[in-house]
Write a new protein. Structure first.
Length: 153
């Protein structure tokens, strides 16, 4: 359990809000590190058989590619928030919150889509286990990112 917490902590720390403002090359390195930590953690926690792993990982990679697009949009939204923070106006605040809600909806749609895919290629219980693990990792990362953002003035 300690090993799991350490891996999650590393993944969370590597996605700190400062990463959103890093150069593209730095951001890609951080993203790559987080991916590797997540894969290691998921591998350990899922305890997949060789046959399951052969089916699981290609679907997982497809899902992560879709999530990466949302991550890019989220980084752009954080940059927009930072740019407007000191001179926030009503319209900018509304736009930022509206975009944040849409990003959450898109993330939920991806989760639903891939739970169905994992349930079909594996089984619903194994898919649920992955959903639970992935959900907890995502929550920890989201918490770390949001903890680094100041509240609206």
């Amino acid at each position: 359990m300690r090993k799991i917490c350490l891996a999650i902590t590393l993944a969370v720390l590597m996605t700190a809000p400062a990463a959103a403002f890093a150069q593209e090359a730095q951001l890609e390195i951080l993203r790559s590190d987080v991916r590797a930590e997540k894969v290691a953690l998921i591998t350990e926690m899922m305890e997949l058989t060789d046959e399951q792993a052969e089916i699981f990982w290609p679907v997982y990679r497809d899902m992560e590619n879709e999530v990466d697009k949302l991550t890019d949009q989220r980084i752009a939204l954080i940059k927009e928030y930072a740019e407007n923070y000191n001179a926030m106006i009503d319209k900018a605040a509304t736009d930022i919150v509206t975009k944040a809600i849409k990003l959450r909806e898109k993330r939920l749609a991806i989760e639903k889509k891939y739970y169905k895919k994992f349930s079909k290629v594996l089984d619903p219980i194994t898919a649920a286990k992955f959903y639970q693990i992935n959900s907890e990792i995502s929550k920890l990362i989201d918490l770390q990112v949001s903890a680094g953002l100041p509240f609206f003035k």
